[in-house]
Design a protein around this ligand. Structure first.
Ligand code: AMP
Ligand code: ZN
Length: 484
């Protein structure tokens, strides 16, 4: 069994991953707040966690990993969106409009994340389904002296947890000095944060010991992870923007509710995504949802490939140029593995992923394997299995109308035809050379020569024929030339 190393935000170093229970490895990713379509930044940790999930399933067995990713469907942004719709004249109660909006958004989210080749988690709890658990945990925290009620609010007493700040590496006093916290009259200490808050008639609410109200965001994840994974589990993830305050607060709540438990053993945080070198923002016009890119005709597999080229702990830049290159590469690789049954992934891919999910190194490994398949025709099943560990070259993602998907056999025939063409040119048999060149162009392949007079070819398919139409034409030419 291979040793998996992961960078733990809490210890600030890479450490060997040892599951609490190797029969049931448990991981949790903070999921989306479902009020709008996911932007491409939101896809980053989903893809990172999907690779982690695939690696763990490979190592521990598909039935021995439990992956939970929640939907935050209690949030003021959702309420605001529903209210906006109601004001704009849409019919239905506020609650109905909220339910409509969250259902719709969850549907989009599934479609978009599926299109990027992500496996669905084992559980996708919605906050609204775990309100009793959140109330129970809040009551428990009050009983243990870590929380207090004021005017229908319940607040977590940060000073009651001396380790507060350890995850994000901040001290409470520095944070207060930096005035990064919201001061409110009902807080005993400016650092204290909300576990429960009152709802007015316009806002969704549930009955609780503190009156009608709703949970704070942080308690949602603490309650849902505990309900589905237990008080301690293996890996917790999210973007670096969640480290503080969200994860710091989750950790404080869960550790205070379960003083003998450690909550998450390893914390994984991905760096942010930018677009064309700049922070993605609506005002700069470089803000894209996943759906925008798919609608531009960029296949989900191509988007995924671009993401995987950058290690998750580095800032990632989405560029149109990278997408175009990824498209070329994947098109070629799809040709190499077409019709091939995947075998076992190559050890270099497993090694790269085991080294803190080094997907960029794994992609370099795939390039090397693909080169070998192209050169010698050997290793296609291993290339397919290796790519599948990254969620690439899978059947699920194969439906893009491309370009480049010529089989290895046909590519070999093209190479022979190209050499034949050079041969005709050397002999100055111009009409044979030209008719072969034109025939190939009709089959979608453009021939050229480089500086050393060696043949080169490119699959361009300007007439947008299907791959099998092109292949039939190429085979026909090979037959006419006596190569088959
Ligand atoms: P939100 O819906 O804004 O709470 O974000 C959901 C997830 O997307 C969180 O895990 C964030 O860390 C992540 N996220 C948001 N913006 C970006 C970005 N630009 N790059 C990478 N991850 C992001
Ligand atoms: Zn969370």
């Amino acid at each position: 069994m291979i040793e998996i190393k992961l960078h733990n935000t809490k210890t600030r170093r890479k450490q060997v991953f040892t599951p609490i229970d190797r029969e049931n490895v448990r991981i949790y990713l903070c999921g989306p707040t479902v009020y709008d379509r996911a932007h491409i930044g939101n896809a980053r940790n989903v893809i990172m966690f999907d690779v982690l999930y695939r690696l763990l399933r490979h190592e521990y067995g598909a039935d021995h990993v439990t992956y939970v990713r929640n939907f935050t469907d209690v949030d003021d942004k959702i309420n605001a969106e529903a209210l906006r719709r109601q004001t704009a004249g849409e019919t239905g109660t506020l609650e109905e409009l909220i339910a409509q909006r969250t259902e719709e958004t969850i549907g989009w989210y599934h479609a978009d994340m599926d299109a990027l080749g992500n496996l669905r988690p084992d559980h996708e709890p919605r906050a609204t389904q775990y309100i009793p658990e959140m109330i129970a945990m809040t009551e428990d925290l009050i009983a243990k002296g870590h929380a207090y009620e004021v005017e229908g609010h319940v607040l977590f007493n940060v000073r009651s947890f001396p380790e507060y700040g350890q995850l994000s590496g901040r001290s409470v006093d520095d944070m207060i000095a930096g005035a990064r916290v919201e001061v409110a009259p009902y807080k005993r200490d400016p650092m204290d944060f909300v576990l429960w808050k009152p709802s007015d008639a316009e806002t969704p609410g549930w009955d609780s010991p503190w009156g009608r109200g709703r949970p704070g965001w942080h308690i949602e994840c603490s309650a849902m992870s505990q309900a589905l994974l237990g008080p301690s589990f293996d890996i917790h993830g999210g973007g670096t923007d969640l480290t503080f305050p969200h994860h710091e607060n989750e950790l404080a709540q869960s550790c205070c509710a379960n003083p003998d438990e450690g909550f998450a053993n390893i914390w994984l945080h991905n760096e942010m995504l930018q677009v064309e070198g700049k922070k993605m923002s609506k005002s700069l016009g470089n803000f894209f949802t996943v759906r925008d890119l798919l609608d531009q005709g960029i296949p989900g597999e191509v988007i995924r490939f671009v993401f995987l080229q950058t290690h998750y702990r580095k800032t990632m830049d989405w560029t149109a140029e990278k997408a175009a290159q990824a498209r070329d590469t994947l098109g070629k690789w799809r040709g190499l593995v077409r019709g091939v049954k995947p075998s076992e992934p190559h050890p270099i891919i497993i090694q790269a992923l085991s080294d803190d999910l080094n997907t960029s190194m794994a992609i370099s490994g795939l390039h090397a394997l693909a080169k070998e398949v192209e050169k010698s025709g050997i290793g296609a099943p291993q290339l397919a299995a290796s790519a599948a560990l990254l969620g690439l070259l899978t059947n699920d993602l194969s439906d893009w109308p491309e370009q480049g998907e010529l089989s290895l056999e046909i590519r070999t025939q093209i190479k022979m035809l190209a050499e034949r063409w050079i041969g005709y040119r050397r002999k100055k048999a111009w009409s044979s050379a030209d008719s072969l060149r034109d025939g190939l162009l009709e089959a979608g392949v453009r021939l050229s020569v480089d500086k050393t007079n060696t043949s080169e070819w490119r699959y361009e398919n300007p007439d947008m024929l299907t791959v099998s139409e092109c292949e039939q034409k190429i085979e026909q030419l090979a037959r006419v030339e006596g190569l088959l």
